[in-house]
Design a protein around this ligand. Sequence first.
Ligand SMILES: Cc1cc2nc3c(=O)[nH]c(=O)nc-3n(C[C@H](O)[C@H](O)[C@H](O)COP(=O)(O)OP(=O)(O)OC[C@H]3O[C@@H](n4cnc5c(N)ncnc54)[C@H](O)[C@@H]3O)c2cc1C
Length: 453
Amino acid sequence: MHRRNFIQWLLMTAAATRLASCQSNTQNPPSETIVIVGAGMAGIAAARSLHDAGYTVILLEGRDRLGGRLWTSRQWDTPVNLGASWIHGDRGNPLTAIADEINAPRAASDSEDWVLYDAAGKQLPDRAWVEIEDFEAQITRAIAATYAGEDVPLAEAIANHIDLAALSPTERQRLNFAINSGIELDWATDGSELSAHYVDEGKGFGGDDVLFPQGYDALAHYLAQALDIRFNERVTQIVYSDRGVTVTTQSGRFEGDRAIVTLPIGVLKRGDVVFEPPLPKEKQAAIAVLNAGVLNKVYLKFPHIFWQRSPDWISYISKAKGEFSAWLNLYRSTGQPILTAFNAGAFAQELETFSDEQIIDRAMQTLRLMYGQNTPEPIDAQITRWASDPFARCSYSSPGVGMTKVTRADLASPVGDRLFFAGEATHSDYPATVHGAYLSGQREAGRLRKRLG
Ligand SMILES: Cc1cc2nc3c(=O)[nH]c(=O)nc-3n(C[C@H](O)[C@H](O)[C@H](O)COP(=O)(O)OP(=O)(O)OC[C@H]3O[C@@H](n4cnc5c(N)ncnc54)[C@H](O)[C@@H]3O)c2cc1C
């Protein structure tokens, strides 16, 4: 859909409901001005809630677009999601209700629906999964074995539990595949950086994982209607006191009674925004111990489909761990000859230093192993580099070694009555997700309103 039609569709579908809700709350409006840093899902959710309650809300966004790590590209006829793709678990998920409100088309995809290839590109029979599942069970036991002692990196827990030297090269590749596909891709982080104690943190919703073939960002655009979003306002400093908050951007200063900060964990870790006075020790410790995980996507558009129409996933047991191992078959949800490769952790970061041509070349080497030398060249590609993105510096947070059950709550906790924190990394139950970001924004809007009575 072209951008103009897309916006019209959103406005037509949503205007009546949203305007009604905005107008119903304007008696005795609160006099406070709230500055929100970041117009991703957390910032938009917080702003929506406060705006509807009658607050004056200013959203400061460094980019020239909203949505943050929820980002749909409409460069091709088929929209593709460069950040988040799925609602993970659509039953009872607050995002489902929003998607229903705007009739956003969705397509269920099945993370268990895979065809598997070995390192030489030979398709493996279904029974090969038994060996992978056996390794997954061993990894689960390796994690459990750490609970009695100190936290260690997941990779160390596995090495302590499985006799790696006794594995054949093929077994080692399959173990690595189990680690990468089952854990590292989910957390966008290598096992050497993940906390064995908290690798299972968080909760899930039931139901399907659903894709948005016409763009996940429809949800963000819908929620952001009528909000005062100032684009291209890169925040550099936040000064807070018991009298209020001053937020400095590259172009000016914004005064508020309070602020909600939704900066990504990668941006917080880099110290790109200076807090004055510095943030409390517990918050700084939380920022330090959480990982800034990196997951990158390579979308390849082909002249025609040369792979199986189903299943959803094409899995490749690479020689070195997690190199172009996971491919999503977008033909299933869009009817278009598009594949998406997912890479995580150090390999994803290394790829960011390569040119587009080099990355496409690496991707095609893998596809040609699986589908033969006559595999056609892609006609176009879209490639993400989330670690290099100055407004993200990561894809999402992941559990770092030494974190505790209060780490994310420490990141979320307000500083005095003036500074509030939201964003996916602050959500203990649903970190690293769009719904976690959304709920964190609602949580902080609620907390702020409660404090004001
Ligand atoms: C590749 C990838 C795949 C993913 N897949 C999924 C998925 O399938 N399902 C799922 O649920 N989640 C997924 N996620 C995670 C999900 O996208 C995020 O958890 C969620 O979008 C984060 O929202 P947020 O509001 O916390 O942060 P953001 O969306 O990052 O919002 C923060 C905002 O702050 C802005 N900002 C940063 N620095 C500054 C500054 N100095 N000044 C002003 N503004 C600034 C940013 O531009 C951004 O708009 C994925 C993420 C990535 C990157």
